[in-house]
Design a protein around this ligand. Structure first.
Ligand code: SF4
Length: 300
């Protein structure tokens, strides 16, 4: 808000600046979508914000939850907000047996929410359901004895509270091995520099900057093959920095860094950055080990 106080400021900002401010928060697609949405609002809607949930949901990055929250709270539109808290409350009140993250269960929760929304004050009604879920109908220790709805709660009556909501089993995070190759140069009397690439517009770490890298899904249960060579220069003596462990929502990463002596950089898509003092839009995985990595580079 300090950097971009208006939607026009955000729309006109450089994407790199938006990404730099978002750094460390993860979910970088949110930052990209936020800016894309601002650009649509400015360029196609004359700077006017949408006024209802359908229009909000048409913007990038705005799903049904956010669209309903904005339009019910800001404009009084009678649309139900379904977040994790509300999902839990409804699945217990109606003792919903279907998984709430599958089609049938989602439909049952939505119907329950629509039924129980107070259309005369949808903003307060939505916030009340969310609060009930957050403060009373808690996941593991619900305060059923103090709950104003215990008389009509089917899960309470049937003693199935802790079995609700039903969810489909989560997929295990995929182990991934990442090999970063560091190319260095030192011009006469100049500082030591490393080559940093801008990541593609989509996929992991998109639009951030990193060393050239290669990723391989790690074979489950096996030790990482640390001898990754981006430029075909594998050797057992290769000095490696790592492992750096990093967890993303769907990936468990093990990263290794190696110095790549036979590298001539492409003409576009990257830049030379001072090792000791240069700034780049690093992903969190690199940012968190930057001081140690710099020290290792200087030593080697
Ligand atoms: S009675 Fe218990 S399970 Fe039912 S809504 Fe209240 S807190 Fe949740």
């Amino acid at each position: 808000m300090a950097a971009f106080p208006t939607v026009q400021d955000l729309a006109a900002a450089k994407t790199d600046q938006v990404m730099a401010l978002w750094k460390g928060l993860g979910y970088y697609s949110r930052a990209r979508n936020l800016q894309k949405a601002a650009q649509i609002i400015v360029n196609e809607n004359g700077g006017e914000l949408p006024k209802n949930a359908t229009e909000w949901a048409a913007l990038p990055g705005i799903g049904p939850y956010t669209a309903a929250a904005i339009s019910s709270i800001c404009y009084g539109e009678p649309v139900a907000v379904v977040d994790g808290n509300v999902q839990r409350v409804m699945s217990r009140l109606f003792d919903i047996e279907h998984a709430v993250d599958r089609k049938e269960g989602k439909k049952s929760v939505q119907e329950a929410c629509d039924l129980l929304l107070d259309a005369t004050d949808p903003g307060s009604s939505n916030q009340a359901w969310m609060e009930l879920g957050a403060l009373v109908c808690a996941p593991r220790s619900p305060l059923c004895g103090e709950c104003p709805l215990s008389d009509g709660c089917l899960a309470y009556e049937r003693n199935t509270v802790l079995q609700r909501p039903v969810k489909q089993p989560k997929k295990a995070a995929l182990p991934v091995e990442v090999g970063f190759s560091i190319a260095l140069r030192k011009e006469q009397n100049g500082p030591l520099q490393w080559w940093v690439e801008r990541r593609p517009d989509s996929g992991i770490w998109s639009q951030l900057e990193a060393f050239p890298c290669r990723m391989t899904p790690q074979r489950l249960g096996e030790e990482a093959d640390i001898n990754i060579g981006l430029f075909g220069n594998q050797s057992p003596e290769r000095q490696m920095f790592g492992p750096v462990k990093h967890i993303l929502t769907h990936r468990r990463m093990t990263a290794w860094f190696s110095i790549e002596p036979h590298f001539s950089p492409p003409k576009t898509g990257g830049r030379w950055v001072d090792v000791e003092s240069g700034e780049a839009n690093w992903p969190r995985l690199i940012d968190k080990v930057l001081p140690e990595l710099r020290a290792w580079i200087v030593k080697n």
